[in-house]
Design a binder for this molecule. Structure first.
Ligand code: ATP
Length: 367
Protein backbone atom coordinates (compact mmCIF):
# COMPACT_ATOMS: atom_id res chain seq x y z
CA UNK A 1 0.00 0.00 0.00
CA UNK A 2 0.98 3.65 -0.29
CA UNK A 3 3.06 5.08 2.49
CA UNK A 4 1.18 8.01 4.09
CA UNK A 5 2.48 11.54 3.57
CA UNK A 6 3.64 13.23 6.74
CA UNK A 7 1.93 16.56 7.31
CA UNK A 8 3.95 19.50 8.66
CA UNK A 9 1.08 20.30 11.01
CA UNK A 10 0.67 16.80 12.42
CA UNK A 11 4.32 16.12 13.00
CA UNK A 12 6.96 18.69 13.80
CA UNK A 13 9.82 16.19 14.12
CA UNK A 14 12.14 16.02 11.11
CA UNK A 15 11.15 13.76 8.25
CA UNK A 16 14.83 13.50 7.31
CA UNK A 17 17.70 13.87 9.73
CA UNK A 18 21.43 13.55 9.04
CA UNK A 19 23.46 13.65 12.28
CA UNK A 20 27.24 13.99 12.26
CA UNK A 21 27.34 12.14 8.95
CA UNK A 22 30.81 11.40 7.59
CA UNK A 23 31.65 9.80 4.29
CA UNK A 24 34.99 8.91 2.77
CA UNK A 25 35.82 7.63 -0.69
CA UNK A 26 39.25 6.18 0.09
CA UNK A 27 41.36 9.13 1.16
CA UNK A 28 38.73 11.73 0.04
CA UNK A 29 36.58 13.12 2.87
CA UNK A 30 33.39 13.88 0.97
CA UNK A 31 31.34 14.70 4.10
CA UNK A 32 32.65 15.73 7.52
CA UNK A 33 30.26 15.68 10.50
CA UNK A 34 27.43 16.92 8.34
CA UNK A 35 24.20 17.80 10.16
CA UNK A 36 20.81 18.59 8.65
CA UNK A 37 17.15 18.21 9.62
CA UNK A 38 14.39 18.63 7.03
CA UNK A 39 10.84 19.05 8.35
CA UNK A 40 7.76 17.64 6.63
CA UNK A 41 6.64 20.08 3.93
CA UNK A 42 9.97 21.91 3.98
CA UNK A 43 12.16 22.44 0.89
CA UNK A 44 15.91 22.54 1.61
CA UNK A 45 18.60 23.04 -1.04
CA UNK A 46 22.21 21.95 -0.77
CA UNK A 47 24.28 24.63 -2.49
CA UNK A 48 28.00 24.72 -3.05
CA UNK A 49 30.83 24.46 -5.57
CA UNK A 50 31.64 21.30 -7.47
CA UNK A 51 33.06 18.57 -5.25
CA UNK A 52 31.81 20.01 -1.92
CA UNK A 53 29.77 16.87 -1.11
CA UNK A 54 26.21 17.81 -2.16
CA UNK A 55 25.50 14.70 -4.22
CA UNK A 56 27.12 12.48 -1.61
CA UNK A 57 24.76 13.86 1.06
CA UNK A 58 21.77 13.22 -1.21
CA UNK A 59 22.93 9.69 -2.10
CA UNK A 60 23.42 8.89 1.57
CA UNK A 61 19.88 10.06 2.35
CA UNK A 62 18.61 7.92 -0.55
CA UNK A 63 20.52 4.82 0.54
CA UNK A 64 22.66 4.75 -2.61
CA UNK A 65 25.73 5.22 -0.42
CA UNK A 66 26.48 4.14 3.14
CA UNK A 67 27.95 6.31 5.92
CA UNK A 68 31.40 5.95 7.46
CA UNK A 69 30.19 7.79 10.58
CA UNK A 70 27.06 9.36 12.08
CA UNK A 71 23.49 8.36 11.32
CA UNK A 72 20.51 9.03 9.07
CA UNK A 73 16.91 8.91 10.28
CA UNK A 74 13.82 9.03 8.07
CA UNK A 75 10.40 9.63 9.63
CA UNK A 76 11.90 8.76 13.01
CA UNK A 77 13.47 5.46 11.89
CA UNK A 78 17.20 4.83 11.83
CA UNK A 79 18.07 3.98 8.20
CA UNK A 80 21.87 4.34 8.18
CA UNK A 81 24.71 4.24 10.69
CA UNK A 82 28.04 2.44 10.79
CA UNK A 83 26.13 -0.72 11.78
CA UNK A 84 22.68 -0.23 10.15
CA UNK A 85 21.65 0.07 6.53
CA UNK A 86 18.10 0.14 5.20
CA UNK A 87 18.05 -0.23 1.37
CA UNK A 88 16.62 2.59 -0.78
CA UNK A 89 13.35 0.79 -1.60
CA UNK A 90 12.47 0.46 2.09
CA UNK A 91 13.20 4.07 3.09
CA UNK A 92 10.04 5.82 1.84
CA UNK A 93 12.01 8.27 -0.30
CA UNK A 94 11.25 9.49 -3.83
CA UNK A 95 14.17 10.22 -6.14
CA UNK A 96 14.40 12.58 -9.11
CA UNK A 97 17.67 12.43 -11.00
CA UNK A 98 19.27 14.85 -13.41
CA UNK A 99 18.53 12.58 -16.39
CA UNK A 100 14.91 11.73 -15.25
CA UNK A 101 15.60 7.98 -15.81
CA UNK A 102 12.18 7.22 -17.37
CA UNK A 103 11.48 3.84 -18.99
CA UNK A 104 11.34 4.63 -22.73
CA UNK A 105 9.21 1.59 -23.61
CA UNK A 106 6.48 2.36 -21.04
CA UNK A 107 3.71 4.94 -21.44
CA UNK A 108 3.76 7.86 -19.00
CA UNK A 109 1.00 6.38 -16.80
CA UNK A 110 2.99 3.15 -16.37
CA UNK A 111 6.18 5.10 -15.67
CA UNK A 112 4.37 6.98 -12.90
CA UNK A 113 2.73 3.81 -11.54
CA UNK A 114 6.10 2.06 -11.30
CA UNK A 115 6.69 2.78 -7.60
CA UNK A 116 3.14 1.94 -6.47
CA UNK A 117 4.06 -1.52 -5.29
CA UNK A 118 1.23 -3.45 -3.62
CA UNK A 119 -1.54 -1.14 -4.85
CA UNK A 120 -4.51 -2.55 -6.79
CA UNK A 121 -4.98 -1.59 -10.46
CA UNK A 122 -7.83 0.75 -9.48
CA UNK A 123 -5.77 2.44 -6.73
CA UNK A 124 -2.87 2.85 -9.15
CA UNK A 125 -5.02 4.43 -11.80
CA UNK A 126 -6.55 6.94 -9.32
CA UNK A 127 -3.17 7.88 -7.86
CA UNK A 128 -1.49 8.20 -11.29
CA UNK A 129 -4.27 10.51 -12.47
CA UNK A 130 -3.91 12.59 -9.27
CA UNK A 131 -0.16 13.15 -9.50
CA UNK A 132 -0.19 13.73 -13.26
CA UNK A 133 -2.78 16.43 -12.67
CA UNK A 134 -0.65 17.89 -9.87
CA UNK A 135 2.24 18.37 -12.29
CA UNK A 136 -0.04 19.56 -15.13
CA UNK A 137 0.36 16.46 -17.32
CA UNK A 138 -3.00 14.71 -17.06
CA UNK A 139 -3.24 14.84 -20.87
CA UNK A 140 0.03 12.88 -21.28
CA UNK A 141 -0.91 9.60 -19.54
CA UNK A 142 -0.95 7.56 -22.77
CA UNK A 143 2.10 9.12 -24.39
CA UNK A 144 5.65 7.79 -24.37
CA UNK A 145 8.65 9.64 -22.89
CA UNK A 146 10.14 10.42 -26.34
CA UNK A 147 6.90 12.24 -27.27
CA UNK A 148 7.41 14.77 -24.44
CA UNK A 149 9.74 17.76 -24.09
CA UNK A 150 12.60 17.79 -21.58
CA UNK A 151 10.57 19.88 -19.14
CA UNK A 152 7.58 17.57 -19.43
CA UNK A 153 9.79 14.50 -18.85
CA UNK A 154 11.18 16.17 -15.75
CA UNK A 155 7.63 16.62 -14.44
CA UNK A 156 6.86 12.94 -15.17
CA UNK A 157 9.92 12.01 -13.10
CA UNK A 158 8.61 14.21 -10.31
CA UNK A 159 5.12 12.67 -10.55
CA UNK A 160 6.66 9.19 -10.37
CA UNK A 161 8.60 10.16 -7.25
CA UNK A 162 5.51 11.72 -5.61
CA UNK A 163 3.11 8.88 -6.47
CA UNK A 164 3.85 6.58 -3.48
CA UNK A 165 3.50 9.59 -1.12
CA UNK A 166 7.04 9.37 0.23
CA UNK A 167 7.98 11.15 3.46
CA UNK A 168 11.08 12.50 1.68
CA UNK A 169 11.75 13.63 -1.90
CA UNK A 170 15.35 13.89 -3.07
CA UNK A 171 16.20 15.80 -6.25
CA UNK A 172 19.65 15.95 -7.83
CA UNK A 173 20.01 19.05 -10.03
CA UNK A 174 16.60 18.35 -11.59
CA UNK A 175 16.58 21.41 -13.85
CA UNK A 176 20.13 21.36 -15.14
CA UNK A 177 19.18 19.73 -18.47
CA UNK A 178 16.61 22.42 -19.32
CA UNK A 179 17.17 25.66 -21.19
CA UNK A 180 16.85 28.89 -19.19
CA UNK A 181 13.31 29.88 -20.18
CA UNK A 182 11.84 26.41 -19.70
CA UNK A 183 13.70 26.07 -16.41
CA UNK A 184 11.84 29.00 -14.83
CA UNK A 185 8.48 27.50 -15.78
CA UNK A 186 9.33 23.95 -14.67
CA UNK A 187 10.79 25.21 -11.38
CA UNK A 188 7.56 26.98 -10.62
CA UNK A 189 5.43 23.90 -11.37
CA UNK A 190 7.82 21.69 -9.39
CA UNK A 191 7.66 23.96 -6.36
CA UNK A 192 3.85 23.94 -6.36
CA UNK A 193 3.74 20.13 -6.68
CA UNK A 194 6.27 19.71 -3.85
CA UNK A 195 4.37 22.08 -1.58
CA UNK A 196 1.12 20.25 -2.26
CA UNK A 197 2.74 16.89 -1.49
CA UNK A 198 3.75 17.77 2.08
CA UNK A 199 6.95 15.71 1.69
CA UNK A 200 10.26 16.89 3.08
CA UNK A 201 12.35 17.89 0.07
CA UNK A 202 16.12 17.90 -0.23
CA UNK A 203 17.51 19.21 -3.52
CA UNK A 204 21.02 19.61 -4.88
CA UNK A 205 21.94 22.64 -6.95
CA UNK A 206 24.96 24.79 -7.64
CA UNK A 207 22.80 27.70 -8.77
CA UNK A 208 22.36 30.20 -5.90
CA UNK A 209 19.37 31.92 -7.50
CA UNK A 210 17.62 28.59 -7.99
CA UNK A 211 18.26 27.69 -4.34
CA UNK A 212 16.84 31.03 -3.20
CA UNK A 213 13.81 30.68 -5.45
CA UNK A 214 12.90 27.18 -4.33
CA UNK A 215 14.01 26.81 -0.73
CA UNK A 216 12.64 27.42 2.71
CA UNK A 217 16.24 26.94 3.86
CA UNK A 218 19.57 26.66 2.08
CA UNK A 219 22.66 24.79 3.24
CA UNK A 220 25.86 26.30 1.83
CA UNK A 221 28.54 23.62 1.71
CA UNK A 222 32.29 23.68 1.29
CA UNK A 223 34.73 20.75 1.41
CA UNK A 224 32.23 18.39 3.04
CA UNK A 225 31.06 20.84 5.71
CA UNK A 226 27.85 22.81 6.07
CA UNK A 227 29.28 26.35 6.23
CA UNK A 228 25.94 28.07 6.91
CA UNK A 229 22.32 26.98 7.00
CA UNK A 230 19.41 29.40 6.97
CA UNK A 231 16.58 31.04 5.10
CA UNK A 232 17.64 32.53 1.75
CA UNK A 233 17.27 36.09 3.07
CA UNK A 234 19.35 35.26 6.17
CA UNK A 235 22.19 33.93 4.04
CA UNK A 236 21.98 36.90 1.69
CA UNK A 237 21.73 39.57 4.39
CA UNK A 238 23.92 37.97 7.08
CA UNK A 239 26.49 35.74 5.42
CA UNK A 240 28.73 33.93 7.93
CA UNK A 241 31.88 34.52 5.91
CA UNK A 242 33.27 35.78 2.62
CA UNK A 243 32.71 32.41 0.95
CA UNK A 244 28.95 32.48 1.62
CA UNK A 245 28.68 36.18 0.69
CA UNK A 246 30.45 35.48 -2.60
CA UNK A 247 28.19 32.57 -3.45
CA UNK A 248 25.05 34.68 -3.79
CA UNK A 249 25.86 36.66 -6.91
CA UNK A 250 28.70 38.91 -7.97
CA UNK A 251 30.53 40.88 -5.27
CA UNK A 252 33.21 43.57 -5.06
CA UNK A 253 36.14 42.57 -2.82
CA UNK A 254 38.34 45.16 -1.13
CA UNK A 255 41.09 44.83 1.46
CA UNK A 256 41.77 47.08 4.43
CA UNK A 257 43.11 47.38 7.95
CA UNK A 258 40.89 48.16 10.94
CA UNK A 259 41.69 51.20 13.09
CA UNK A 260 39.45 52.16 16.01
CA UNK A 261 36.48 50.09 14.80
CA UNK A 262 36.48 51.35 11.22
CA UNK A 263 38.23 50.45 8.01
CA UNK A 264 39.12 53.01 5.33
CA UNK A 265 38.90 51.71 1.80
CA UNK A 266 38.12 53.01 -1.66
CA UNK A 267 34.43 53.18 -0.72
CA UNK A 268 35.19 55.48 2.19
CA UNK A 269 34.86 54.62 5.89
CA UNK A 270 33.15 51.36 6.84
CA UNK A 271 32.24 50.25 10.36
CA UNK A 272 34.16 47.17 11.51
CA UNK A 273 32.99 46.59 15.07
CA UNK A 274 34.61 43.77 17.03
CA UNK A 275 37.95 43.86 15.20
CA UNK A 276 41.23 44.64 16.98
CA UNK A 277 43.33 47.56 15.76
CA UNK A 278 45.58 46.41 12.91
CA UNK A 279 43.31 43.47 11.85
CA UNK A 280 43.53 42.79 8.12
CA UNK A 281 40.02 42.49 6.72
CA UNK A 282 38.24 41.77 3.49
CA UNK A 283 35.27 43.98 2.66
CA UNK A 284 32.59 42.37 0.49
CA UNK A 285 30.09 44.67 -1.19
CA UNK A 286 27.39 43.69 -3.66
CA UNK A 287 27.16 45.84 -6.82
CA UNK A 288 23.62 46.86 -5.87
CA UNK A 289 24.77 48.13 -2.45
CA UNK A 290 26.73 50.98 -4.04
CA UNK A 291 24.84 54.10 -5.06
CA UNK A 292 26.34 56.74 -7.36
CA UNK A 293 25.37 60.40 -7.04
CA UNK A 294 26.33 63.29 -9.26
CA UNK A 295 28.65 65.72 -7.53
CA UNK A 296 30.14 69.11 -8.27
CA UNK A 297 33.40 68.00 -6.68
CA UNK A 298 35.81 66.69 -9.22
CA UNK A 299 38.17 64.79 -7.00
CA UNK A 300 39.20 61.15 -7.23
CA UNK A 301 39.79 59.60 -3.82
CA UNK A 302 38.12 57.29 -1.30
CA UNK A 303 34.34 57.77 -1.47
CA UNK A 304 34.39 58.85 -5.13
CA UNK A 305 34.15 56.69 -8.25
CA UNK A 306 35.38 57.46 -11.75
CA UNK A 307 33.28 55.95 -14.56
CA UNK A 308 35.08 53.60 -16.96
CA UNK A 309 32.01 52.33 -18.83
CA UNK A 310 28.25 51.99 -18.33
CA UNK A 311 26.01 49.31 -19.80
CA UNK A 312 22.23 49.05 -19.92
CA UNK A 313 21.11 45.57 -18.80
CA UNK A 314 17.34 46.03 -19.01
CA UNK A 315 15.91 46.56 -15.53
CA UNK A 316 19.26 47.86 -14.25
CA UNK A 317 22.47 49.44 -15.49
CA UNK A 318 25.95 48.16 -14.70
CA UNK A 319 28.55 50.87 -14.22
CA UNK A 320 32.23 49.92 -14.28
CA UNK A 321 34.18 52.36 -12.14
CA UNK A 322 37.42 52.72 -10.30
CA UNK A 323 37.93 54.36 -6.95
CA UNK A 324 41.12 55.22 -5.12
CA UNK A 325 42.09 53.51 -1.88
CA UNK A 326 43.60 55.48 0.98
CA UNK A 327 47.06 54.36 -0.23
CA UNK A 328 46.38 55.72 -3.74
CA UNK A 329 45.87 52.40 -5.55
CA UNK A 330 42.94 52.07 -7.94
CA UNK A 331 40.21 49.55 -7.11
CA UNK A 332 37.85 48.40 -9.85
CA UNK A 333 34.22 48.43 -8.67
CA UNK A 334 31.05 47.17 -10.32
CA UNK A 335 27.96 49.19 -9.45
CA UNK A 336 24.44 48.08 -10.33
CA UNK A 337 21.98 50.96 -10.54
CA UNK A 338 18.22 50.50 -10.95
CA UNK A 339 16.76 51.53 -14.33
CA UNK A 340 18.66 53.53 -16.89
CA UNK A 341 21.80 55.20 -15.53
CA UNK A 342 24.50 55.65 -18.15
CA UNK A 343 27.00 58.30 -17.05
CA UNK A 344 29.78 59.31 -19.45
CA UNK A 345 33.26 57.87 -19.22
CA UNK A 346 35.52 59.71 -16.73
CA UNK A 347 32.59 61.31 -14.86
CA UNK A 348 33.39 61.58 -11.14
CA UNK A 349 30.50 60.45 -8.94
CA UNK A 350 30.09 60.37 -5.17
CA UNK A 351 29.67 56.90 -3.67
CA UNK A 352 26.69 56.29 -1.38
CA UNK A 353 27.06 52.93 0.29
CA UNK A 354 24.24 50.90 1.81
CA UNK A 355 26.33 49.84 4.81
CA UNK A 356 23.85 47.05 5.71
CA UNK A 357 25.13 45.31 2.58
CA UNK A 358 28.84 45.83 3.22
CA UNK A 359 30.31 42.81 5.00
CA UNK A 360 33.65 42.86 6.79
CA UNK A 361 35.45 39.56 7.42
CA UNK A 362 38.90 38.59 8.65
CA UNK A 363 41.22 38.07 5.69
CA UNK A 364 41.85 34.43 6.65
CA UNK A 365 38.13 33.68 5.96
CA UNK A 366 38.56 34.70 2.35
CA UNK A 367 38.63 32.04 -0.35
P1 ATP B 1 29.21 18.35 -8.24
O1 ATP B 1 28.51 19.65 -8.05
O2 ATP B 1 30.37 18.45 -9.17
O3 ATP B 1 28.28 17.21 -8.57
P2 ATP B 1 29.23 17.60 -5.44
O4 ATP B 1 29.24 18.78 -4.52
O5 ATP B 1 27.94 16.92 -5.65
O6 ATP B 1 29.91 17.99 -6.81
P3 ATP B 1 30.24 15.01 -4.65
O7 ATP B 1 29.86 14.35 -5.93
O8 ATP B 1 29.42 14.69 -3.46
O9 ATP B 1 30.31 16.60 -4.81
O10 ATP B 1 31.77 14.67 -4.36
C1 ATP B 1 32.41 15.03 -3.15
C2 ATP B 1 33.87 14.57 -3.23
O11 ATP B 1 33.93 13.14 -3.30
C3 ATP B 1 34.62 15.07 -4.46
O12 ATP B 1 35.96 15.32 -4.08
C4 ATP B 1 34.54 13.90 -5.43
O13 ATP B 1 35.64 13.90 -6.29
C5 ATP B 1 34.58 12.72 -4.47
N1 ATP B 1 33.84 11.55 -5.00
C6 ATP B 1 32.54 11.52 -5.34
N2 ATP B 1 32.17 10.28 -5.75
C7 ATP B 1 33.27 9.51 -5.66
C8 ATP B 1 33.55 8.13 -5.92
N3 ATP B 1 32.60 7.29 -6.34
N4 ATP B 1 34.82 7.69 -5.73
C9 ATP B 1 35.78 8.53 -5.28
N5 ATP B 1 35.59 9.83 -5.00
C10 ATP B 1 34.35 10.33 -5.18
Amino acid sequence: MFKPATSPVENASPALSLSDVCHRYGAVHALRRFNLDVAPGEVVCLLGPSGCGKTTALRIAAGLEGVTGGEVNIAGHLVASSTNFVPPEDRGVGLVFQDYALFPHLPIADNVAFGLVGASAAEKSIRVAEVLEQVGLDWAAGRYPHELSGGQQQRVALARALAPRPAVILLDEPFSGLDARLRDQVRDQTLHALQTSGAATLMVTHDAEEAMYLSDRVVVMREGYAVQTGRPDELYDKPANAFVAGFFGEVNRLLGVVENGVVFCALGEIAAPGFMNGSKVEIIVRPEAIGLRETAENKAGPGYAVVEAARMLGRSSLVHTFAKSADGTDVHLHVRCPGRFLPDENTVLAIELDSSQAFVFPVEDAK
